[in-house]
Design a protein. Sequence first.
Length: 322
Amino acid sequence: MHRRHLLALPALIPALAHAQTAAWPNRTVTMVAPLAAGSSVDIMARLVAEQWATRLPGQVVVENRPAANGTLAMEQVSRSAPDGYTAVLIGQTGVAFNPHIYPALRYDPLKDFTYVSTLAGVSNALVVRAASPFHSVADILAAARAAPGRLTYSSGGVGTTHHVSSAMLAQMTGVEFTHVPYRGAPQGILAVTTGEVDFAYYNISTILGGVRGGTLRALAVTSPTASAFLPGVPTMVEAGVPGYQMQTWFGVATVAGTPAPIIDRMWEVTRGMLADEAVRRRLTELGFELVEPVPPEGMPALVQAEHAKWGPILRAAGARVE
């Protein structure tokens, strides 16, 4: 090749990169949901995919990859091409819990992802089946003290907020329960409904239908104040467990190294979605809590703070997978 042409190549690279990002997206974007269909992560991922698709050219599809508390999905996303065509629905579990739970984790939440925004929050509710003899948190604690380890609780997997919520209750009150993990929140909720287990904590967005339909009874919520979704249900503090609080949040991220113009566009459509009154109503109807979205530049500090906050709690609760 002529020397003059060789010298011109470096100048062409930024122009080519700009052309690629300006055309984004010109094919299908995959929104990965690291947890099972029917989970809060799945519900949120589908809402985001639907809303992104109305604001961007081309399709946005959801792909569920539920395994090992989302660790495999997060690892796979971290190794995908940084071109904006793979996004992931994230929450505390993937970025703040798993690094403390899995010592051999093969992704780094602070190095392998670029975070776009937070989306919404959600609290958990302690639920029992409708015919349960337990009508309060005090009833559950009394039964646990009378027969240590006899009461069972379900979760959607080790290290989920469902697991951590129950482990926190045991740790903070000095009682012993037996954990029965299932392969996703829907199966774990069904176990409560049918009486396979005695109680459980799940995201309000996933148990609201059961409570309203009369198959589940909510005994307490993990938010610091009463939940508008479950009027009359006490907080855990009001139910007699001082200092107990558990709230989670959801956000969206993509692979580290994704060009800034693509991140800016993702943030733009996400911010537009969250400002849409119809979307806000739908989030509320689904049991999610509206939050002020954190922009890309604020997300690393949030992830670092969450990682630091939950480490001691998870260690005290014994949530660890070797």
